[in-house]
Design a protein around this ligand. Structure first.
Ligand SMILES: [Ca+2]
Ligand SMILES: [Ca+2]
Ligand SMILES: [Ca+2]
Length: 297
């Protein structure tokens, strides 16, 4: 059967050039859309992570209410990041302890306290069992953050994919920690009473990429809304395995890259802190000395 001319013309299909033009237009549109999509995704992950920190903020306030010393965290010293004091009594979901912008994971295999092999310097005067408020078990994966190269049990952390065992959040349980200027001064455990009445003891001098940031906060009264308790885990993974990585400063390898991180404060609120504001907010939050952000080759 012979088709009428008008139908034959309509059925001729596309020429190769026409197809290539259409493909090129789709590629350009996709190229314009993808950065916007990945930005939207990063923003959603920051908010999901902020929700985690809000869970921990409530958990640490309830922990302090229950605690004999009214301590806001259960860590042993200023650099200890053990989160077993929160889970499962004060934060019931393990998912809240891993940042959704990472592939960190915690295995839920509780062990009796007699199996504990992690004994950091204890500046609290309180035993591990008492800091866990009567819990009889602990999770080894919660005793360290995933992104920690000094983690002998899990040395295979991948900074490129942010994959590894451990929690995603660091703890700042003491003021005046990391003390190198006046090393004999005892670190101050963050309790409800102390954060309400604390006066900073040190002026802090931070080196950020060759620039000195000076915070003259000695004798300044601290506010619980400035004092840090928990934050997006950030330890330095040395060059060359992670170029440009600095401790406690948002870099590409960190949970939210160089954008910033979420922080739990001693008054029970949580908020996003950008890279630009990070060193200053960290100074008021931790009173840690020895802050050094290097520029790597
Ligand atoms: Ca730490
Ligand atoms: Ca750190
Ligand atoms: Ca960092």
């Amino acid at each position: 059967m012979k088709l009428p001319n008008i139908l034959r013309n309509n059925c001729r299909g596309f020429t190769l050039i026409e197809l290539l033009v259409v493909i090129a237009i789709i590629a350009i549109l996709a190229g314009m859309l993808l950065p916007a999509l990945s930005k939207a995704k990063a923003r959603a992950l920051k908010i999901a992570c902020l929700n985690n920190t809000k869970q921990m903020a409530i958990g640490s306030q309830v922990y302090a209410d229950d605690d004999d010393q009214k301590a806001l965290t259960g860590v042993a010293n200023f650099s200890d990041d053990d989160l077993n004091w929160l889970f499962p009594m004060y934060v019931s979901g393990l998912k809240s302890l891993n940042c959704p912008a990472t592939r960190h994971y915690v295995t839920n295999t509780p062990l009796p306290l007699s199996f504990n092999g992690y004994n950091p310097r204890n500046d609290t005067g309180v035993s591990y069992a008492d800091r866990l408020h009567g819990q009889s078990t602990f999770l080894p994966d919660l005793q360290r953050i995933a992104a920690n190269v000094n983690n002998p049990n899990y040395p295979n952390y991948s900074p490129a994919t942010k994959t590894g065992r451990g929690s995603s959040y660091e703890v700042s349980g003491f003021l005046n920690g990391n003390n190198t200027i006046t090393p004999n001064v005892t670190n101050i455990r963050k309790t409800q009473t102390r954060v309400a009445n604390y006066t900073y003891q040190n002026n802090l001098s931070y080196n950020v990429k060759g620039q000195t940031l000076q915070f003259n906060i000695r004798n300044v009264k601290a506010s619980p809304s400035s004092i840090w308790l928990i934050y997006d885990g950030d330890d330095s993974i040395p060059y060359p395995s992670a170029p440009g990585s600095n401790n406690d400063y948002p870099d590409n390898i960190d949970n939210h890259g160089a954008d910033g991180g979420n922080v739990v404060f001693a008054d029970g609120h949580a908020e996003w802190v950008s890279q630009k504001r990070y060193p200053e907010i960290f100074a008021y939050g931790t009173e840690e000395q020895n802050y050094n952000v290097r520029v790597y080759p």
